[in-house]
Design a protein around this ligand. Structure first.
Ligand SMILES: *Cc1c(COP(=O)(O)O)cnc(C)c1O
Length: 386
């Protein structure tokens, strides 16, 4: 992620070319003053990790937000470990009978890496051009389904994945499913019953996500037994006794990260309002220019992303060059993973929708304090390219 380009204000009054760079994302997390009461509690408790009181309180407060019981939310030290331990908990490591994991190509590298950590060989599948995600109906006819140990649908940019279709898939095919809902903190909270349930959901609280504790994440499951299993997978396979009983890792959230998460929750309404205001100003600007339909932003997706969806790859290239010459940051947040160095295989797989989306979807600058002028400048720069 990029935290460079400190000054986001545009200074164009002196002459035409003194414009400072606008970074693609400039996160803002609780400052030292907001953290202090929580740090004092850590000093008092002298508990620093191992599902300590702050981490449990964070789990409880997240559970309230997701309208589930506290024991169904387990905090982890990253979104990647949350996803990997959710996979371990529901199905264990890959076996010779079921060595494969199906993952969409259009996602962030962590989705595939989490499946690999659990021993699976990753099979990339193409996504839908409409939803940008895997489709349960289509996968049900995947030829090698009897060799698949897990399917990991992704909630693209926080656009949430409904439980229903995947629960049916899991019931009819017998293949376990875990949802990578990394950026879904805001979107699932709107209708938790639709997006939380039998299929485990893993989230990320990395600094690039709207709700963040720096590095962190959580798993949300629908029963206490599975939650205990996730806890065990995050803690060396220990459960009650100091004996490794299960494939696992160290994925526990430290009390210091939990402190940041709690302070972030204290001021969440304020932050969410600021982030949504940025999305709103983008929408107004693009609509005024008649290109509002090419923008995808909160509340449909996570508010740390404002996405411009070019009609063609050529249009995307021309827009990128305009942004570059104006020193405006942008990012292709997701790649077509099957084309990335580590994941690519010979002969190259052809997954046209993922390849096309990865080139056409451009992440634009976002920060809770991104000002109106900067946003207008971004829109103006992009409009000349269309
Ligand atoms: C951010 C993200 C992750 C990884 O989360 P970390 O907390 O950075 O480990 C996984 N999947 C997707 C889709 C993401 O956007």
């Amino acid at each position: 992620m990029s935290n460079d380009g400190a000054n986001m204000n545009i200074r164009n009054q002196d002459n035409n070319c003194t414009r400072t760079r606008i970074p693609v994302l400039r996160p803002s997390l609780p400052d030292a003053n907001r953290l202090l009461p929580y740090l004092r509690r850590i000093d008092q408790n002298r508990v620093y990790s191992n599902f300590g009181p702050l981490s449990l309180e964070l789990g409880q407060r997240l559970a309230d937000r997701f309208q589930v019981n506290a024991e169904k939310v387990v905090c982890a030290n990253s979104g990647t470990t949350a996803l990997a331990t959710a996979i371990l908990a529901i199905t264990g490591r890959a076996t010779s009978r079921r060595p494969l994991a199906i993952v969409p190509s259009f996602t962030f590298a962590a989705t595939a890496l989490a499946a690999e950590i659990c021993g699976f060989e990753v099979i990339f599948s193409d996504v839908s051009a409409e939803s940008w995600g895997l489709e349960a109906d289509k996968l049900a006819s995947f030829p090698n389904l009897d060799r698949v140990g897990v399917v990991v649908p992704v909630a693209p940019f926080g656009r949430p994945v409904e439980q229903n279709a995947w629960r049916n898939f899991q019931e009819t095919t017998g293949v376990p499913v875990v949802i990578d809902a990394a950026a879904c903190f805001e979107t699932v909270a709107h209708s938790p019953h639709k997006y939380m349930g039998r299929i485990p959901v893993a989230m990320s609280f990395h600094a690039t996500k709207s709700f963040s504790c720096g590095e962190g994440g959580c798993v949300v499951v629908d029963n206490e037994e599975l939650a205990n299993r996730v806890t065990q997978c995050l803690n060396f396979g220990f459960f009650r006794a100091r004996e490794c009983e299960y494939p696992s890792m160290n994925g526990k959230m430290s009390e210091y990260h939990a402190a940041v998460g709690l302070a972030e929750l204290d001021h969440w309404t304020e932050k969410a309002t600021a982030m949504n205001r940025v999305s709103q100003i983008y929408r107004e600007n693009f609509s005024r220019r008649g290109i509002g339909h090419k923008l995808v932003s909160a509340p449909e997706i996570c508010s740390s992303y404002v996405l411009f969806v070019s009609t063609t790859e050529t249009e995307a290239i021309s827009i990128q060059s305009n942004l570059e010459s104006s020193s405006i940051g942008f990012r292709h947040w997701y790649g077509a993973l099957h084309r990335q160095k580590y994941f690519s295989r010979e002969p190259a797989q052809n997954l046209p929708v993922s390849e096309n989306l990865s080139k056409r979807i451009l992440g634009l600058p976002v920060a809770p304090d991104l000002d109106r002028d900067s946003i207008s400048f971004v829109c103006e720069t992009m409009d000349t390219g269309t």
